[in-house]
Design a protein. Structure first.
Length: 262
């Protein structure tokens, strides 16, 4: 059974205006899908739609075989965890408190977190090298530090599917590699299914088993990077000259690099 299944899905923010459309996508245990495509192509909308937070959608979305529109938020949250793009929560939670929120969907009604919940929070903080931030307020961390805390919260949720929206955006290269290595490990060791939107085509090729190239709200190509990374297609979608080396290393060609006089 697929963990996530989308058939002919369209979604948007205003009635009659689709930000994404014609989306067919299946995600099984052990999948690691990279979502790529230029700004505004619909990556975040697709992630939010699967997370059940885009109000208008048509087509069919099944999560663990259940119809998304009939699922309770709490059941969905036990199944799917989301690391949103660059969020600064309006309430200045303390780091451990924020990561503990990942346990809420698992707690019984009116139940306080138990020893096992505490342990899972500690493990999640360790996995993202965020233990050192305990006691600090989330709004007092740098963008990259905050991002690691949000990944820890998602891990504490212990989901079957992890959705991440450009998780390495604010990270220096050291932590970019660490985040992708962590995702690799979670995917490889536990079979955690992952969808990760990213602007880094080279990380996507290196780490993701498949990539979906989005263009104007649609999936233009889907498959291993070695198949999707076609220089002509990428150049057309991104609107810039592109060279692909070794089947997966993408180099954007500036006009200056091409020897053009600017
Ligand atoms: P990406 O993440 O690939 O940059 P998005 O999914 O954010 O793209 O955006 C897809 C389209 O939906 C864009 O045209 C964008 O302007 C629009 N859009 C995104 N978020 C909202 C929103 N909250 N309200 C209205 N339109 C939105
Ligand atoms: Mg986005």
């Amino acid at each position: 059974m697929n963990l996530v299944n989308l058939a002919e899905v369209a979604a948007g923010y205003r009635k009659g205006e689709a930000a994404i459309e014609g989306i067919d996508l299946a995600l099984a245990k052990g999948d690691f899908l990279g979502l790529i495509g230029p700004n505004g192509c619909g990556k975040s909308t697709l992630i939010r739609t699967i997370a059940g937070v885009v109000p208008q959608y048509s087509g069919e979305i099944r999560i663990g075989g259940e119809n998304l529109s009939r699922m309770k938020r709490r059941d969905l949250a036990r199944y799917i965890a989301v690391v949103p793009q660059e969020t600064i929560p309006s309430i200045a939670f303390e780091v451990r408190q924020l990561v503990m929120m990942g346990r809420y969907p698992h707690l019984g009604r009116m139940k306080a977190p138990g020893i096992e919940d505490q342990r899972l929070v500690d493990v999640a903080l360790e996995q993202t090298a965020a233990t050192q931030f305990i006691g600090r307020r989330i709004d007092e961390l740098s963008g990259g530090e905050r991002q690691r805390v949000f990944i820890a919260r998602a891990l504490a949720q212990n989901p079957q599917v992890l959705l991440l929206d450009e998780p390495t955006n604010h990270l220096d290269i050291n932590y970019q590699v660490e985040v992708f290595d962590l995702l690799y490990k979670l995917n490889h060791d536990r079979g955690l299914a992952i969808i990760c939107a990213t602007h880094d085509l080279n990380y996507a090729a290196e780490y993701c088993k498949r990539v979906a190239l989005m263009d104007k709200g649609r999936i233009r190509a889907l498959g291993p990077a070695s198949e999707v990374y076609n220089a002509e297609v990428l150049a057309e979608v991104y609107g810039v000259g592109i060279r692909v080396e070794a089947g997966q290393r993408v180099i954007p060609l500036s006009r200056r690099m091409e020897g053009e006089r600017l």
